[in-house]
Ligand binder design. Structure first.
Ligand SMILES: NC(=O)c1ccc[n+]([C@@H]2O[C@H](COP(=O)([O-])OP(=O)(O)OC[C@H]3O[C@@H](n4cnc5c(N)ncnc54)[C@H](O)[C@@H]3O)[C@@H](O)[C@H]2O)c1
Length: 264
């Protein structure tokens, strides 16, 4: 049976861990050809070897690394159908203690790099022929967060601001690039069981004087659908956004959060 991503060439940033890796597995399983980019080049290579795909070590905050990722993709395939612009970081800090260095570090990866990766993809995509079987030339998918909407978590003002920015540039890109038949959407996960949340849990629990695991437990105990989110829960939606089934969607921020954004 043909996969729904047969013939799709996709670049995933932050592909070596958590949500990026789950999406790589899902998209490869559905027939996509992938270039897995990550700061951790060894982990990206080991996943790409396992999946029979390609990888590249890249720090998305560096312009030269952004160029290298796209050069590789275009040299390999002559085109790029889907960008999954997913790399991100998180640090738990109290609002009144957040430093300028911490603010800059988070915004550099989660917003500045997301914008310039999107821009690099769009510049190339608008010059290519449409995706086989589609009227679109390319698809841009960002990873935002429900932290964009509810003031984020009290201990992550900078993270929430960065993700609100991701929703904003997703929508601006959708407006500007529609005439080129390039769509732009983002997913907004809730609290996903990945290395990122283990780090948030450790830092947040320490700030509150809780035992390790307590922040995660409190956060996930109020998820309306009654369980914590897995990276695979996000992967199904990203794969849909990468597929031709979502061709008429653009400018959307899709919450994939078990209802958490409504619930507390
Ligand atoms: N885990 C959650 O609860 C959650 C919720 C909402 C949104 N998100 C977002 O989902 C995305 C993925 O998060 P995750 O939970 O899978 O995190 P993760 O830490 O498990 O994985 C992130 C990956 O990004 C890579 N990365 C970090 N900085 C990079 C850089 N400068 N250049 C290239 N790669 C870099 C890391 O090496 C890692 O492999 C992030 O944008 C995050 O903000 C996560």
């Amino acid at each position: 049976m043909p996969g729904r991503l047969d013939g799709i060439h996709a670049l995933i940033t932050g592909a070596a861990g958590g949500i990026g890796a789950a999406c790589a597995r899902r998209m490869a399983g559905e027939g996509a050809q992938l270039l897995l980019a990550d700061l951790n080049g060894e982990a990206a290579k080991s996943l790409s070897d396992e999946l029979g795909q390609a990888s590249v070590q890249a720090d998305v905050t560096r312009a030269a690394d952004i160029d290298r990722m796209f050069e590789l993709a275009y040299r390999r395939w002559g085109r790029l159908d889907v960008l999954f612009n997913n790399a991100g970081i998180a640090e738990a800090r109290r609002l009144l203690e957040l430093t300028q260095e911490e603010w800059d570090r988070t915004l550099a990866v989660n917003l500045r790099a997301v914008f310039f990766v999107l821009q690099a993809a769009a510049k190339r995509m608008r010059q290519q022929a449409p995706i086989a079987g589609s009227e679109l030339r390319g698809k841009l998918i960002q990873t935002a967060s429900i932290a964009a909407y509810r003031g984020g978590l009290a201990i992550m003002a900078h993270y929430g601001a960065s993700k609100a920015g991701v929703v904003s540039i997703t929508r601006t890109a959708a407006q500007v690039l529609a005439a080129d038949r390039i769509t732009s959407n983002c997913v907004c996960p809730g609290a996903v069981d990945t290395a990122m949340w283990k780090k948030i849990d450790a830092e947040w629990s320490e700030l509150e004087g809780w035992r390790i695991g307590e922040a995660w437990k409190r956060r996930t105990s109020v998820v309306p659908l009654g369980r914590a989110e897995t990276a695979d829960d996000v992967a199904g939606v990203v794969s849909f956004l990468a597929s031709r089934d979502s061709d008429y969607m653009t400018g959307q921020a899709v919450n994939v959060d078990g209802g958490l954004v409504m619930g507390n």
